[in-house]
Design a protein around this ligand. Structure first.
Ligand SMILES: NC(=O)c1ccc[n+]([C@@H]2O[C@H](COP(=O)([O-])OP(=O)(O)OC[C@H]3O[C@@H](n4cnc5c(N)ncnc54)[C@H](O)[C@@H]3O)[C@@H](O)[C@H]2O)c1
Length: 505
């Protein structure tokens, strides 16, 4: 039950404001759509009409309800029209001074009980609230793009926000049909705090030539079940937006992963922004179809396979020696230059551990591979294939074909710690575990944020716990030894789990 009847959205002529106004009007609230730009408001009204028309066509709303919702949206360019609103949600430019000035002006115009909510992504709610006297009635209300589709709203309190304000705002978000989660007033709240450094890591992986954007997306979607790969998402949100997010977060957090990767500056300078410019991360690699037919392979093994259990259907495809490809499982490895390819199963070690390394000249018919698995979870359909700088082309093609013919998804990456997936996700799991310790949000709210806001099948806390915190410790420690990067230093909760499992005190 909400006491709020009349809502205003400031910046309703912009991307987020237009969507938030739709949410409010659709849920039955009289909605003032305010913007300094009349053109922006006209664009948003057209988009609203189209959105409601589509909702009717798809059977989500009756024609009468759609007409009534549209009639509840009132365009305004005069601030005075907001005076009797119960809730004002600002979604104007991401600029502290501009937001503070708006709240200061509204303070003198609106009735004393009006609540001000900010949709800021990167600024502090406490600082924005500093622009007005009613700091106890200012709250963070962060919608996701597009607001009319995405249900998640991250709610945060500034230092002075009263419980009554927070509870009233929360009840309104629920009444508007959205799903609120609670977080602290910290840079990026939950979603962007996890996503911005992760996306930057993806960009660094591409810049370092570890894997193509296409293969990174395949790895993440196949291995983790994400609906959208990170490169597709980056092309959608725009590399200029990613640059702005990094520029906003790094000075506050001093987290090296939040700093804008050089590749982003180069691409933005060249006008390569993603979908909005017609060229982005994806599309640079030559497209290829998965192989339907693969060469024969025979198996040598020294111990249990980490990728295939004994009854695995893939192993039934093996032929008796001699075959063109040798599959070395469970720590087995013997070079054989007469083969098209020798495929060595890897754990957390690099391929160079088996083949030795030679100042960047390494490469032969030997490749590494690993079937991605989140610790004790069931193994995925993804095979990460590891190449060296001078790996034979036919050997690489044979490796892909062996696995693809058996129905696996394959990706190719350089011989670096963590390959693609663990290199990208382990820092995110560490962040989530640390956020839990720091009280940023509850575990279920962090997981809910990732599922609702990003379409993940599960959240970081659920996944890392299910896969095993001890396993997370093992993987992180292996990568940390090779990179020295703090992001891989296992989070406290993983150290505790490891020490308990191994009886250390
Ligand atoms: N774009 C996203 O993905 C996203 C997601 C979540 C939150 N946000 C946040 O939402 C806010 C808006 O972002 P956007 O992407 O919609 O921006 P936008 O540039 O698309 O829209 C901003 C709108 O605000 C209007 N405006 C600016 N100053 C104004 C003022 N003083 N009074 C009235 N209107 C004013 C502009 O005319 C414009 O129509 C920002 O705080 C941003 O951080 C953005």
């Amino acid at each position: 039950m909400t006491v709020i009847k009349k809502v205003a959205v400031c910046g309703a002529g912009g991307t987020m404001g237009a969507g938030i106004a739709l949410v409010a009007a659709r849920a039955g609230f009289e909605t003032i759509c305010f913007d300094q730009s009349a053109d922006g408001l006209a664009r948003s009204r057209k988009a609203a009409q189209k959105f409601f028309d589509k909702s009717v066509q798809r059977g989500r709303m009756s024609a009468d309800d759609a007409a009534a919702a549209l009639a509840r949206m009132h365009d305004q360019t005069e601030l005075e029209s907001l005076a009797d609103c119960d809730l004002v949600i600002e979604a104007i430019f991401e600029d502290l001074g501009v937001k503070q000035q708006l709240l200061g002006t509204l303070d003198g115009l609106c009735k004393p009980e009006t609540i001000f909510a900010s949709n800021t992504s990167t600024l502090s709610i406490s600082e924005i609230a500093g622009g007005c006297e009613r700091q106890d009635r200012v709250v963070g209300m962060h919608f996701c793009l597009p607001a009319q589709v995405m249900k998640l709203v991250e709610m945060s309190r500034g230092l002075m926000t009263s419980e009554q304000t927070f509870n009233t705002a929360w009840a309104w978000v629920e009444a508007a049909g959205q799903k609120p989660v609670q977080t602290q007033d910290k840079p990026g709240f939950i979603l962007n705090a996890l996503l911005v450094p992760f996306n930057n890591d993806v960009l660094r992986l591409i810049d370092e030539g570890v894997a193509s954007a296409e293969d990174i997306d395949t790895a993440i979607c196949s291995g983790l079940g994400y609906k959208m790969g990170p490169c597709t998402l980056l092309d959608l949100i725009g590399l200029d937006t990613q640059q702005r997010l990094g520029e906003a977060f790094y000075p506050i957090t001093q987290d090296p992963r939040a700093a804008v990767p050089p590749i982003v500056r180069r691409m933005v300078a060249a006008g390569i922004l993603g979908q909005k410019s017609g060229r982005g991360l994806l599309g640079a690699a030559a497209s290829r179809e998965p192989a339907t037919d693969g060469p024969g392979f025979h198996v040598v093994r020294a111990g249990d396979s980490r990728s295939f259990s004994d009854g695995d259907a893939f192993l039934a495809r093996a032929v008796d020696a001699p075959a063109g490809v040798t599959l070395c499982l469970g720590g087995a490895y013997a070079p054989d230059p007469s083969k098209t390819a020798v495929l060595v199963e890897l754990g957390t070690e690099c391929l160079g551990f088996h083949t030795d390394e030679d100042s960047g000249r390494e490469g032969s018919n030997v490749l590494g591979f690993a079937r991605y698995c989140n610790g004790s979870d069931a193994p995925s359909k993804l095979i990460e294939i590891v190449r060296q700088p001078n790996t034979d082309r036919p050997a690489l093609e044979a490796a892909r074909a062996v696995f693809e013919a058996a129905g696996f998804d394959t990706v190719v990456c350089a011989d670096r710690p963590g390959r693609i997936i663990d290199r990208l996700v382990r820092p995110k799991y560490n962040d989530a575990l640390r956020f839990l310790d720091e009280g940023l949000a509850l575990a279920e709210d962090m997981d809910k944020t990732c599922c609702l806001g990003l379409g993940y099948p599960d959240g970081p806390i659920e996944r890392v716990t299910r896969g095993g915190l001890d396993w997370h410790y093992e993987v992180c420690t292996a990568i940390f030894r090779m990179t020295g990067q703090a992001a891989y230093s296992p989070a406290r909760r993983a150290v505790v789990a490891h020490d308990r499992a191994h009886n250390h005190s």
